[in-house]
Design a protein around this ligand. Structure first.
Ligand SMILES: *Cc1c(COP(=O)(O)O)cnc(C)c1O
Length: 219
């Protein structure tokens, strides 16, 4: 199968309300160009260095998503180009993003990462930590950040019931947040979850942005 036909197949399953991020972290610039030429515009990278190399080597109308764990000292490299940062999980990181956004005279859109997997190595905030972060008084100083929603990664398992339970946690938290008014800085429109192996279950649980790599580029 080609990259273009993989994209077409997956898009037809997602429907028009769901944004597909083609995760290009294992792909070459030529492979990304193939997807671009097929009309795709949203791509995701998880390492700052690769992110910058791909941005610089490809057309400027691409929306580049930073989907991985982001170290504070790397924020400055991605700040000029990034469309959405998916995995924000601390006030220290958010303050750094805000600082670099201001330097670049722009606003950066962010998602907060909710930890749903029962694997200790995964990053993200437990529900209680996330709610506590939202109460932090420093938000009012982050004039160059907008929080657009939540991102989550499920356990790497074939157990459907477990995946349903984990994605369900993110679905109920975003429903709660959509019912609260935390001010214009927060909108909760986006629920980013689902990868090649589990996106069908994520969609059942309300995902409206999926991050898919291998099923596009490696199959
Ligand atoms: C790699 C990656 C994906 C895509 O994974 P695939 O299994 O290749 O679809 C999605 N989200 C994050 C955060 C990733 O690092």
């Amino acid at each position: 199968m080609s990259i273009a036909s993989n994209l077409e197949t997956i898009k037809s399953e997602l429907g028009s309300q769901v944004t597909l991020i083609a995760v290009s972290k294992y792909s070459t610039i030529a492979e990304v160009k193939e997807a671009y030429d097929a009309g795709h515009r949203d791509f995701g990278e998880n390492k700052a260095q690769d992110f910058v190399a791909k941005c610089e080597g490809l057309p400027t109308d691409i929306h580049w998503h930073f989907i991985g764990h982001l170290q504070r000292n790397k924020v400055k490299y991605i700040a000029p180009h990034v469309h959405l940062i998916h995995a924000c999980d601390s006030m220290r990181l958010l303050k750094e993003i805000n600082k670099e956004a201001a330097k670049n005279d722009r606003t950066i859109s962010c998602l907060l990462q909710l930890k749903i997997a029962d694997e200790s190595e995964k990053f993200g905030l437990e529900k209680g930590e996330l709610l506590a972060l939202l109460k932090d008084e420093q938000w009012s100083k982050l004039n160059n950040i907008e929080v657009k929603g939540l991102m989550a990664m499920a356990t790497n398992t074939g157990n459907t019931a477990q995946l349903e339970q984990e994605f369900g946690e993110a679905q109920s938290l975003i429903a709660e947040l959509r019912n609260q008014d935390l001010g214009p800085q927060f909108s909760w429109d986006i629920l980013s979850m689902g990868m090649s192996q589990d996106y069908n279950i994520a969609l059942e649980k309300g995902a409206n942005m999926v991050r898919i790599g291998s099923a596009i580029f490696k199959s």
